[in-house]
Design a protein around this ligand. Structure first.
Ligand SMILES: CC(C)=CCNc1ncnc2c1ncn2[C@@H]1O[C@H](COP(=O)(O)O)[C@@H](O)[C@H]1O
Ligand SMILES: [Zn+2]
Length: 348
């Protein structure tokens, strides 16, 4: 990891709503994966972007190709998911929504259904071990794979929405934002919404996607991933901003991801400032804690130091994230109680 956050940020109870499973693999877990598959000749520099390093978005997506080669069996997925959940818990994350794109393998016999079941098993295993975190799962659509796969993914997610004891709560749309067009995915996204899956959509992650963002905002989604180029100052438009505000759609904001992926020039120019000043629900997240060598404590600390937030403001930020979770009201209540119980300890 690039740095370790101060005690306050580590002890702060946190909600993580934007974490891609295979982007969240730590160095420690990566070592285990590499030793399982020495023939792939993978080095650490191929799976993570260190301090001060920047990559183009295309280069970042190459990193996922390498990680996917390393994580291709049920056993790998189980290990990765349990490790990632334990690491978030150790960082003070008390509620986590993980997202991942189901993959299948011709050689490994892995199916997309088994993929989702394995992640669910990992969540249950951590619960049984008493890891202090509640975890939910969003099934991800990779936009590169087009209409048909998107529709299949929605069907799979719907199946699990009904059979996973509330662990699968929604759908994510992600993948290389420059590939494909969301209009081809609208029927699948509408279907998802109609069957009760919550929607978190990556949108306006890169410039000049107003038309696509407008279509997606009309659904409307339940949360937005990044939304970097929605506002007029960066080439978006007031009408896009108005749609977000009118529907009160929370934003998932990932500072280090955007800096290292070069969609934002520096921390102080991050769009957190724009939305936070509007008082709009903005949730600090990691995106890919493994690839970007960060954790949620560090992201909160970066937001606080960059934008001059007091400890009280940081506390409020983490507490308000509870209202943006996809799990039902009872979970929100439980989490709010947890925050109240911990407040004294964190501020002592
Ligand atoms: C390249 C870059 C700056 C990354 C951050 N921004 C992202 N934008 C869109 N999709 C993403 C991003 N990070 C991860 N993903 C998605 O998450 C996948 C990895 O996690 P998983 O295999 O779904 O478990 C990637 O293949 C991609 O589909
Ligand atoms: Zn993302």
């Amino acid at each position: 990891m690039d740095n370790e956050a101060d005690v306050f940020y580590r002890e702060l109870p946190k909600v993580e709503l934007h974490a891609h499973l295979n982007g969240s693999v730590s160095v420690r877990t990566m070592e285990k994966l590499i030793s399982r598959k020495p023939h792939l000749n993978v080095e650490h520099s191929m799976t993570a972007i260190g301090k001060g390093q920047r990559r183009t978005l295309d280069e970042c997506f190459q990193v996922f190709k390498v990680i996917h080669q390393l994580v291709d069996t049920e056993e790998d997925i189980l290990m990765v998911a349990t490790d990632v959940i334990r690491e978030f818990a150790a960082d003070g994350v008390r509620y986590l929504e993980l997202r991942s794109t189901p993959r299948e393998g011709i050689n490994t016999g892995l199916t997309k259904k088994r993929y989702v079941e394995t992640v669910i098993n990992a969540i249950q295993q951590c619960k049984n071990e008493g890891v202090d975190i509640d975890v939910r799962f969003l099934v991800a659509i990779d936009r590169r794979n087009g209409t048909e796969v998107a529709m299949e993914t929605v069907k799979l997610a719907e199946e699990f929405l009904l059979s996973s004891d509330g662990l699968v709560v929604g759908l994510d749309l992600s993948g290389d934002p420059k590939v494909g067009h969301a209009k081809d995915l609208l029927p699948a996204l509408h279907k998802a919404k109609n069957c009760g899956l919550k929607l978190s959509l990556h949108l306006s992650e890169v410039p000049a996607q107003q038309e696509e963002s407008d279509l997606l905002l009309n659904l409307p989604p339940d949360r937005i991933g990044h939304g970097t180029f929605l506002h007029p100052e960066v080439g978006g438009s007031q009408s896009l901003v108005d749609k977000v505000l009118k529907n009160n759609i929370p934003l998932e904001l990932c500072l280090t991801s955007n800096i290292k992926g070069q969609t934002v020039p520096c921390y102080s120019k991050h769009h957190f400032k724009y939305w936070y000043q509007l008082g709009h629900p903005s949730v600090i997240c990691t995106d890919d804690k493994g690839v970007f060598c960060t954790d949620l404590s560090q992201e909160y600390q970066l937001a606080a130091t960059t934008f001059g937030l007091s400890r009280e403001a940081v506390w409020k930020l983490s507490q308000q994230a509870i209202d943006c979770i996809f799990a039902p009201e009872t979970m929100k209540k439980q989490l709010k109680q947890k925050w109240t119980d911990l407040q004294h300890q964190v501020f002592q």
